[in-house]
Design a protein. Structure first.
Length: 86
């Protein structure tokens, strides 16, 4: 599962994104996850392409953010039990 911090292509990341980067332990749908930002440019394209399949507007947000020099953060939500090695 991934989370895309597009903020409609605006100048700043959404507030929730800063929260996940600072406090990566999170919960979604009653399940525990650990948020891990995708920082490797070679690994960034695939999850962003998958996100675009779900919502085509992400392509517009990416274009807008690139014009102002902001890279839209992508965070992988890793199930908490897998993160702890269980």
């Amino acid at each position: 599962m991934i989370a895309v911090g597009s903020n409609y292509g605006g100048e700043q990341h959404p507030s929730w994104c800063y929260n996940l980067l600072t406090y990566p332990e999170c919960e979604l749908g009653g399940e525990a996850f650990y948020a891990n930002q995708v920082t490797d440019l070679e690994k960034y394209g695939r999850p962003f392409t998958l996100a675009e399949r779900v919502y085509a507007g992400f392509a517009d947000y990416l274009a807008k953010s690139e014009l102002i020099g902001r890279r839209i953060p992508i965070l992988r939500l890793i199930p908490w039990s897998r993160n702890r090695g269980e």
